[in-house]
Design a protein around this ligand. Structure first.
Ligand code: ATP
Ligand code: MG
Length: 460
């Protein structure tokens, strides 16, 4: 402003000096000119000068106006893009001003914190001094519009760690990172990155790492369980071989007993390793499905017969209820593996005299196959974990029952590879129900006659 005033004074003084110089030159050059002529010449000179000065001033003004309009258009476009980006972001974003008031937040933040979804993307509590900062924040920002909302950060979350992080960045102007847990609606973990935005605003981005942490926990537990599962038979193998070497080998009865034990534990390790390589092959998409129409009732009957003969010492009863001629589109070997695992579990985790019921029905164009048992059941907190690799329920009991704890993990991947989903429900002490879906193939009339629908490059 001062600069402008100085320029006005300079121009006025310059004009005055030019006018004085003009008068002196005119008097020296034309000493005998009449007053009327003198005025006429002056008027003409002033008119010409006014024309050129006005033209110059107008040019400068229209240039400045065009530049302002261009800047406004750029700001509006930037704000539009910023709002769009904020709205589509999965990460919660909150911007606070120097008074710790929420200046802007997105929809994701409204889902996590106590913030109105309707106000997401609208500038709220805004910094009072810096106009440029306001323009950076949101499209609707304008100096004479009242804030749509004026949350303080402390109103949106009581977590002192979050408030301290924003405060610290406001005070020191350096970015800050921390890991937090929020339990507003459900417990979730976040990586919070807070960074300064200009001199008066601070932006906080909340990255949801709940799923990542869960995967990390599953991975850690998998390796812990794996080493445990391998160590148990390995220790037994070492113990048996040492006993044999120590002299038991000379006694025919002992030799036989320890060799049987060696074989049993070696078989267990072999099962475990082949299950792991099967699972990783399925997970990495190396196993291809060869889809064909399969008569479900016949396949289930085969699986039940195999299991009955393997579990001849058990008195668990099997019942099947599958509509005649029901056809499914599946890889026969893999479907057999799925059914074997589920029906085997239902028999294995059953009680004496218990029963297993295998049923199938068509629901919404899909076939739902369920395996129900009247067995020991699974604790409610464990139900979501049964599909994890190497998960085995009751450890004390599991160590007595055979199995690697990989069956259901394999089943889950195989069902998904067929385009289905599997669910588990259970009541401790009463029994469990595992149900999975498969596409129907009932439009094909002649089952099991080589009408194979081969998907040679089906990725799992
Ligand atoms: P594997 O299938 O490799 O022989 P497993 O049967 O122990 O071993 P999964 O089939 O993956 O492993 O099952 C994981 C765990 O889930 C079991 O150890 C058991 O604790 C629990 N579980 C599975 N099915 C049932 C069921 N029908 N009733 C009760 N518990 C079950
Ligand atoms: Mg099993």
């Amino acid at each position: 402003m001062k600069n402008l005033e100085r320029r006005v004074w300079t121009v006025t003084l310059g004009a005055l000096l030019i006018f004085v110089a003009y008068e002196i030159i005119k008097t020296v050059l034309f000493p005998h000119i009449s007053i009327i002529n003198s005025h006429v010449i002056t008027v003409i000179v002033v008119a010409v000068m006014t024309f050129f000065v006005s033209r110059y001033a107008l040019n400068r003004y229209s240039q400045a106006l065009a530049e302002t309009q261009r800047q406004t258009a750029i700001t509006e476009e930037t704000n539009r893009l910023l709002s769009g980006v904020l709205a589509t972001m999965h990460e919660a974003v909150i911007i606070v001003d120097s008074q710790m008031r929420v200046a802007l937040y997105n929809e994701a933040a409204a889902r996590v914190f106590k913030l109105a979804a309707a106000d997401a993307g609208k500038p709220g509590a805004r910094p009072t001094t810096s106009k440029t900062s306001r323009q950076e924040v949101g499209s609707q920002a304008s100096s004479n519009v009242e804030p749509a909302h004026a949350y303080r950060l402390t109103d949106t979350t009581r977590d002192p760690a979050i408030n301290d992080a924003f405060k610290q960045v406001l005070e020191h102007g350096a970015p800050f990172e921390l890991r937090i847990e929020i339990a507003e609606r459900e417990r979730r973990s976040f990586q919070l990155n807070v960074a300064p935005l200009g001199s008066e605003l601070v932006v906080g981005v909340f990255f949801d790492i709940t799923q990542l942490e869960k995967l990390e926990r599953v991975r850690r537990e998998f390796f812990a369980n794996l080493s445990h599962e391998l160590r148990t038979p390995l220790t037994a193998i070492l113990a048996c071989s040492e006993t044999l070497l120590a002299g038991a080998i000379n006694d025919a009865k002992d030799r036989n007993r320890f060799l049987q034990a060696l074989r049993k534990h070696a078989e267990r390790m072999n099962d475990l390793i082949s299950d792991i390589s099967d699972l990783s092959a399925i997970e990495s998409g190396q196993v291809k499905l060869c889809l064909e129409t399969v008569r479900l009732g016949r396949l289930v009957a085969d699986v039940v017969t195999t299991l009955e003969s393997r579990r001849a010492d058990s008195d668990v009863g099997f019942r099947t209820s599958i509509p005649d001629g029901l056809l499914v589109l599946a890889d026969r070997t893999r479907l057999e593996q799925i059914l074997y695992n589920l029906i085997d579990n239902a028999a294995k985790f059953n009680r004496p005299g218990g029963s297993v019921n295998v049923m199938a029905e068509i629901e919404d164009g899909k076939i739902v196959i369920s395996v129900e048992d009247t067995g020991i059941g699974i604790a409610a907190s464990d139900v979501p974990r049964v599909f994890e690799r190497l998960y085995r329920g009751d450890k004390s009991r599991s160590s007595k029952t055979e199995g690697t704890g990989l069956g259901l993990a394999i089943v889950k991947h195989l069902v998904r590879a067929h385009g289905g989903e599997i669910t588990a429900s259970s009541e401790l002490g009463r029994g469990s129900r595992f149900a999975f879906t498969l596409p129907t193939a009932s439009h094909l009339e002649k089952p099991d006659e080589g009408v194979a629908v081969e998907l040679s490059a089906l990725d799992l």
